[in-house]
Design a protein around this ligand. Structure first.
Ligand SMILES: Cc1cc2nc3c(=O)[nH]c(=O)nc-3n(C[C@H](O)[C@H](O)[C@H](O)COP(=O)(O)OP(=O)(O)OC[C@H]3O[C@@H](n4cnc5c(N)ncnc54)[C@H](O)[C@@H]3O)c2cc1C
Length: 281
């Protein structure tokens, strides 16, 4: 028998998570509903966390955003503040599936889903975002770069829930771009994605790259573009470092070698796009 619990506070929610066997947090339900319909989810206890205060809020902090776990992907895509202060993040949320999914799915459910093809974690890793995880033991923070451990495995423990995403604003002068390549329709799951952020430092430009769908987990890499490197050398360096991190999984959308080829194309397109806009003076 399926039971829905509706805690009214964080304390109530984490206590339920620690006491119930196999309880699942219900975010937007877009992934859970599919698993239920497929008959492959046997959980009986769901936690509807919409009564927990603060989970729907986006708060501007000093240098970043505190985004409650129930905030929708669509809000992140359309928010004026996110578009202004972290445009790469807004662009990446805007590439998930279709407006119907983006209106319903939550930012917490998105990362907790743990799929290696998810769009947002690529940009979140590039910006060095952090997840706030809560349990009866208290709260801990985990970098998105460390959260995705292996294929469908995250660092989220069974008695924990994600309460917020802490997303830094883009560094001053930085330029980002997200490229998503799919072999079926444009809003299908991707075969290869690359979120690239070029960050000007005193003597060089740091090129940060988040790769999605190209390995069992999101991958994060970075290198320095020194003043002696031209655009072509920078693109080649980006492809070389991305290549070393790729370990694509063959499926109905393409073979491993096809996905690796698309991965190199995605990296090249994203890097060339940011290089057109970055000020190197
Ligand atoms: C048709 C379709 C196409 C899609 N295409 C894409 C795509 O192209 N790119 C992409 O990135 N994603 C895609 N997705 C996946 C989509 O992003 C996820 O379904 C969605 O983000 C999950 O969010 P949710 O809030 O609905 O999670 P839910 O379905 O509510 O939950 C998903 C998982 O997260 C857990 N969970 C939820 N909230 C929390 C929390 N606060 N703390 C701890 N655990 C939690 C749940 O227990 C469950 O295990 C697609 C989904 C669909 C249905």
């Amino acid at each position: 028998m399926t039971r829905f619990h509706r805690p009214g506070s964080l304390e109530e929610a984490t206590t339920l998570l620690s006491e119930l066997d196999d309880a699942m947090v219900y975010g937007g339900g877009t992934a859970i509903q599919i698993l239920l319909k497929q008959g492959i989810l046997f959980t009986e206890d769901f936690l509807d966390i919409s009564g927990v205060p603060g989970l729907n809020d986006v708060v501007l902090t000093d240098g970043g955003f505190r985004v409650g776990s129930l905030v929708s992907l669509r809000h992140m895509e359309t928010s004026e503040d996110v578009r202004r202060l972290a445009p790469l993040v807004a662009q990446t949320y805007g590439k998930v599936a279709n407006p119907r999914v983006r209106n319903t799915a939550s930012v917490g459910g998105n990362v907790a889903h743990g799929d290696y093809r998810l769009d947002p974690p690529t940009a979140l890793a590039v910006l060095d975002a952090t997840l706030e995880l809560s349990s009866v033991e208290g709260t801990r923070e985990v970098s998105v770069r460390e959260f995705f451990v292996d294929f469908q495995v995250t660092d989220l423990q069974p008695d924990e829930m994600i309460t917020a995403l802490l997303i830094p604003h883009q560094p001053p002068g930085s330029v980002g771009h997200y490229t998503k390549l799919s072999s079926l329709s444009e809003n299908d799951w991707p075969c290869a994605t690359a979120a690239v952020l070029a960050v000007p430092e005193d003597d060089f430009v740091e090129i940060r790259i988040g790769l999605g769908a190209l390995a069992p987990t999101t991958r994060y890499l970075a290198f320095d573009m020194t003043p002696d490197m031209n655009d072509q050398q920078t693109v080649e360096a980006a492809i070389e470092i991305a290549d070393s991190a790729m370990d694509p999984i063959a499926d109905v959308r393409g073979s491993a070698s096809y996905k690796a080829t698309l991965g190199r194309v995605a990296v090249e397109e994203a890097v060339r796009t940011v290089l057109k806009e970055i000020n190197r003076d």
